[in-house]
Write a protein that binds this ligand. Structure first.
Ligand SMILES: Cc1cc2nc3c(=O)[nH]c(=O)nc-3n(C[C@H](O)[C@H](O)[C@H](O)COP(=O)(O)OP(=O)(O)OC[C@H]3O[C@@H](n4cnc5c(N)ncnc54)[C@H](O)[C@@H]3O)c2cc1C
Ligand code: FES
Length: 275
């Protein structure tokens, strides 16, 4: 384990697979000596299953977990489909870590507002785990997380039971519509953020989720007077190489795989608006 060559695929073994929602599974994988490389929250890795192909996924475990890496994967196509079919003991290729990760040092001393939707919880979960592991470095932690339905909430017991028990932390859950088994908040994540009326003083907001959710969350935060420098998000461009070589993910002169995927709203405002 340690600083591996991020271009060189390594082999990891699937320890187990958990079904989170009807279309999301979490894979725990490990090399011979635990995690195959060091990483920071917000970084990603390419998972490959020959001969099907490879795709990039956020590492959802916290860097403090040294036994394994975790990936929460939504089934959308070929690679994610075959990853869903794997069983414990199967091997797969991994290369990484890729991307810049979240600015954990700049976030020190600040109150934190995490806003996630659906599978967008994956990179946020790594960051939230990191902040809880370094609890004294950060102020109050608010987490707003939503999904289409109660069945689509990823990591339900961790979010609903473990996170609210952490010191100085509050968790707000919402689903898009009324469901018989749901007595919590109903409504879209961006409107819930507006309703909760978070103040921007000494607070950094970090949001990940479907592009449409991010668009409206950014608008909601702007209306709440958050400065663009204090709003952070991740971009999910299509990627191939992951290392700034193939030109698949560029926005102007910026390569999302290398310079991102984490950007502040201030940085995004300087980029071509095709994301
Ligand atoms: C930085 C980054 C982090 C990611 N993290 C995660 C994660 O933690 N969990 C997760 O489930 N997914 C994540 N993704 C998305 C994941 O990489 C894609 O879903 C994956 O490429 C699907 O591969 P596939 O072979 O299963 O699908 P394909 O067969 O390649 O495609 C299936 C369908 O999905 C569409 N699609 C594929 N990739 C993307 C994309 N990036 N954006 C929009 N549409 C796309 C295709 O157009 C097609 O319609 C991430 C993507 C990026 C760029
Ligand atoms: S994925 Fe190849 S340049 Fe970014």
């Amino acid at each position: 384990m340690g600083k591996a060559n991020p271009l060189m695929p390594q082999t990891v073994t699937v320890l187990d697979i958990t079904t989170e929602t009807p279309d999301v599974k979490t894979l725990r994988v490990a090399g011979k000596e635990g995690i195959p490389f060091d990483f920071m929250p917000g970084q990603c890795a390419m998972l490959s299953v020959p001969p099907v192909g490879e795709a990039i996924f956020s590492i959802t475990s916290s860097p403090h977990c040294r036994d394994c890496l975790e990936f929460s994967i939504k089934r959308v196509g070929d690679v994610s489909g075959v990853l869903h079919e794997l069983v414990s003991g199967r091997q797969l290729g991994i290369r990484g870590p890729y991307g810049n990760g979240f600015p954990v040092d700049e976030m020190k001393g600040k109150d934190l507002l995490f806003i996630g939707g659906g599978i967008g919880l994956a990179p946020l979960r790594s960051l939230i785990g990191y902040c809880f592991a370094n609890r004294e470095e950060y102020g109050h932690i608010d987490i707003v997380y939503g999904a289409r339905s109660p069945a689509d909430l990823v990591r339900k017991s961790e979010i609903g039971e473990t996170w609210p028990e952490q010191p100085d932390s509050t968790v707000y859950l919402t689903v898009d519509a009324e469901f018989p088994d749901w007595s919590g908040h109903v409504g879209f994540v961006p409107s819930y953020v507006s309703e909760l009326a978070f103040t921007p003083e000494n607070r950094i907001a970090v949001t990940c989720g479907p592009p449409i959710m991010i668009k409206f969350v950014l608008q909601a935060l702007e209306k709440l007077n958050f400065a663009p420098e204090h709003v952070i998000t991740t971009l999910e461009m299509r990627m191939k190489c992951g290392v700034g070589k193939c030109g698949r993910c560029n926005l102007g002169s910026v390569y999302v795989c290398k310079d991102g995927p984490v950007f502040s709203l201030a940085q995004l405002n300087e980029l071509p608006s095709e994301y």
